[in-house]
Write a protein that binds this ligand. Sequence first.
Ligand SMILES: [Zn+2]
Length: 258
Amino acid sequence: MLHRLFARATPPVDADAWARLRALSPLLRTFEGDEATRLRERANGFLKAKGIDAARDAPVGDFERQLIAAFAAIPVLELGLGWYGGWHGVIVYPDEFVAPHAFHDEAGVAHEGERVLAGESWDRGPMILSLADVLGCARGDLLGNVVIHECAHKLDQRNGEANGFPPLPAGMAAHAWTAAWQSAYDDLARRVDAGEETAIDPYAAEEPGEFFAVLSEYFFAEPLVVADEYPGVYEQLRRFYGQDPARRPAPEYPEHEA
Ligand SMILES: [Zn+2]
């Protein structure tokens, strides 16, 4: 149990703090005007609702907490912070971390192993992040956004395990959701199996829960990739998140080495 009674509150993302966050992050610079104001409000709500604690001496100060809160605010900008109910906080490691991993191989044999992760979300438990990966994604040195990825898992876990089927907002049809996602998932899995180079990280083809989380990252961080590759999924994400990131200015990331 974390006791926050004696912890100093992180200062809210005021205009100066927002300018510092924008200076680091091409993605945050795509939020302008009224939308930027509301994103800051959501981030400040997140800072009040969730503890963000350092583990293993990770250098986590006000700036890092505000950065994580700003990214976490993006998926719930329109859904509202209530969608993050049922869990309490974020634990930040300095770098990638090793987590126990139980899995079944293709023959159905159970294995206990370990894997190295940049982020992890426990059902009703904490979100765990690697600070090096948060900062790398923020600068655009790394593709995608690990905070948005883990937040997508949290939304997906609202109705059970993360399986790519979160509770849908009113007015969305379950059959349309499943149809769009299944055909896109099958397509990516087939292309990855065939050894094709894909615009979407092949990790997305691991399982439907990862597909939803990775496509949510791209939806916000590289929306045109989703709109081009899987327009049916883009439409479902647009309705789910209540946002149309392709209409924002394109984020200007640094060139990546091929
Ligand atoms: Zn994941």
